[in-house]
Design a protein around this ligand. Structure first.
Ligand code: TMP
Length: 236
């Protein structure tokens, strides 16, 4: 597999073409941003951890019947994935109130819901990723109703699996964000990443935050939190 020219650079990852037109190479950076890029920093070792944690999750999710873009981990920071066009929706599942949910509805963080919730944001940096409903997403041509139904089904399946898996490791899955892509034949697959950047993880016993909120909120101990997640999931 040959790594060819860079085709995209996002806030946390770079994407490179390969000599196979159906595959691209993702490279994870240590760069961290928050608040739509307003806050910038570096989290040492984050790229390696997010690469490994994402791949670990995706390999397990494939077995749970969630198709993903994952193909092969190539190095500490590099993974081969299927080339997809990203559906421009951030799919957010919540089990416990936190973050923008707590702020929007004026409730404290930490309320456990009887059932998980789902919401979508329109992935558009210029607009600041506004909340969007399914009718608006269809009206804007971002996805079809069938695609939205498939995405919802997979997102709840991801939640069911991850919640059970993580609690055994002493981690409460508060909420998380997924992105989906479409392969050249139109199949919807889970894409992007599943990591402490894109999930809220709280320690089961202490409720200590083990995720990017430590960076967003200047809580300190950012690197240690990422390391701790890696250690609990992969034992190193
Ligand atoms: P929120 O409470 O700020 O809406 O975040 C919900 C979840 O989505 C949380 O687990 C963090 C994740 N997230 C991202 O992955 N990317 C983002 O740009 C934002 C704002 C949140």
């Amino acid at each position: 597999m040959k790594k060819l020219q860079q085709i995209y650079e996002g806030k946390a990852k770079k994407v490179y073409a390969t000599d196979d037109a159906d595959l691209v190479l993702v490279e994870y950076k240590d760069d961290a941003t928050a608040f739509n890029g307003l806050k910038k920093g570096t989290i040492a070792g984050k790229g390696v951890i997010n690469n490994k944690v994402t791949n670990h999750m995706m390999r397990m999710l494939e077995k749970e019947g969630v198709p993903t873009h994952y193909v092969e981990e190539l190095s500490d920071r590099e993974t081969l994935v299927r080339k997809v066009s990203i559906v421009p929706l951030e799919v957010i599942i919540r089990n416990i109130s936190a973050g923008s949910f707590a702020k929007r509805y004026g409730v404290v963080e930490g309320i456990t819901f009887a059932e998980p919730t789902i919401e979508f944001s329109y992935k558009n940096d210029d607009l600041g990723d506004p909340l969007i409903n399914a009718y608006h997403a269809v009206a804007l041509g971002l996805a079809t109703w069938d695609e939205i139904e498939t995405i919802k089904k997979y997102a709840f399946r991801v939640n069911d699996f991850m919640k059970k898996y993580l609690i055994e490791l002493g981690i409460r899955l508060v909420d998380f964000k997924l992105e989906f892509g479409k392969t050249s034949d139109g199949t919807i697959v889970l894409a992007d990443e599943i990591s402490p950047d894109t999930c809220r993880f709280w320690d089961k016993d202490t409720n200590e935050k083990l995720d990017k909120d430590r960076f967003r909120r200047d809580l300190g101990g950012v690197e240690d939190a990422y390391q701790e997640i890696m250690r609990r999931l992969m034992g190193n």
